[in-house]
Design a protein around this ligand. Sequence first.
Ligand SMILES: Cc1cc2nc3c(=O)[nH]c(=O)nc-3n(C[C@H](O)[C@H](O)[C@H](O)COP(=O)(O)O)c2cc1C
Length: 491
Amino acid sequence: MSLDSLSDFITALDRAGELHRITAPVRVHLELTEIADRVSKQPNGGKALLFEHAVLRDGTRSPYPVAINLFGSMRRMAMALGVDDLESIGARITELLDLKVPEGLFGKLSLLPRLMEIAKFPPRMKSGTPACQEIVWRGDEIDLDKIPVLTCWPEDGGPYITLTMVISKDPARGIRNVGMYRVQQLDKQSVAMHWQRHKTGAEHMRQMAARGEKMPVCIAIGADPASMYSASAPLPPNIDEFLFAGFLRRDPVRLAKAVTCDLEVPADADFVIEGYIDPADALVIEGPFGDHTGFYSEADLYPKVYVTAVTMRKNPVYSTTIVGRPPMEDFYLGHATERIFLPLLKLTTPEVVDYHMPAEGGFHNLVFVSIDKKYPGHADKVMHALWGQGLMSLAKVLVVVDKEVNVRNPVEAWWAALNNIDPERDVRFTMGPVDVLDHASRAFTYGSKMGIDATRKWPEEGSTRVWPRVIAMDDATKAKVDALWPTLGIS
Ligand SMILES: Cc1cc2nc3c(=O)[nH]c(=O)nc-3n(C[C@H](O)[C@H](O)[C@H](O)COP(=O)(O)O)c2cc1C
């Protein structure tokens, strides 16, 4: 079944036994978070939840149900992207990136289907009134209080829309960006836009401010699940996330013109909040917010979005997520990114065998990398390469191990790393940009990084001692015990 909308995804989850419906009244103020948090901490991420009777902040029943934890397990994340296994997407990307021109005419012709496949992915405009504009609120009708926006944690600065697709355009080149940035509801008709300074939306705003122009922005909520995921993917700024979503779904995303801005939005979105930012305005206070590090991030200054229209489907579902102490739903979104982006990382750093960002590290705090070490200093080369690439530049601790270590198993990775290091020799410190959410760095978004070279050391790297072998049983003994095992009565 092709998943063209959030409702398709919810139906598919329901059929797969991955959805739990809640009919009891639950308040969007804190209560819904407490339930979703307990469920997402269950083994394997628990089920997706559909709250059919959400209670708004004024105590009335929300006209719209609330879906949460939709992407919060390996299985649901794979379902969202239409695959059995997230690794298969990486394999498709590897195949596309293999640009070696084949020998002979027939070999060259064999490239054609692949190239034609790419040409099928760009988003297409939908004709007629799109589903996302079946209902349109303008002017005084605009009332964000009617949408079941969660106040997630007790010390949050207000209600937050969290599972967003924030759409903006590079004014010079016209390239679209879609980013998952939380927005804080300020009142019935305005929100604060929390795009961090390293993100593409923030760069678009800097460009609009330099031009002295107002910036149109749309916040779509709920669409085909590949588009929803793609908003969170750290694509280079020159790649349109809707093109990437089309590639993931193997079917173009359908777009429609927004009603009050010069932007395109997913035609099947459940809600679209349209508006603009005036870069000449003073910034507004956003936060604090219970963040995905497990700590509150401090209030700070961000731009205000004036809402010019809210459009929606006839029967929309409000999809949202909560972040907090890991693991939570965002771990699975990030994990999909980790798997999908491995081939792209290998493009510039081919010695990388695998990498992993464990949930506890909240993506930026800890990255394990395994490499095929070929020369002294190779681990250093990889550290610096990663610290020089996109959002990987924000990684606080990088641990580099040899290729045979399974970095996807943090217990194994730490076992190998801690055994292999002479701390004074193998730990490096450097400086650089750090994540906006890092509360420990000496300055906001600037601080130190630690690289741990936990690879086997070469003599040139200062190791003149014998490097020991890892203990492993011989195959013959293993085979004998395998045969004996059923008779031993050990369950
Ligand atoms: C649930 C969730 C919430 C997020 N919230 C924010 C946010 O508020 N601000 C932000 O800058 N990035 C946030 N991110 C990370 C961005 O979505 C991510 O860095 C993405 O790559 C940004 O897109 P861009 O590269 O187009 O800027 C969030 C990610 C997830 C999964």
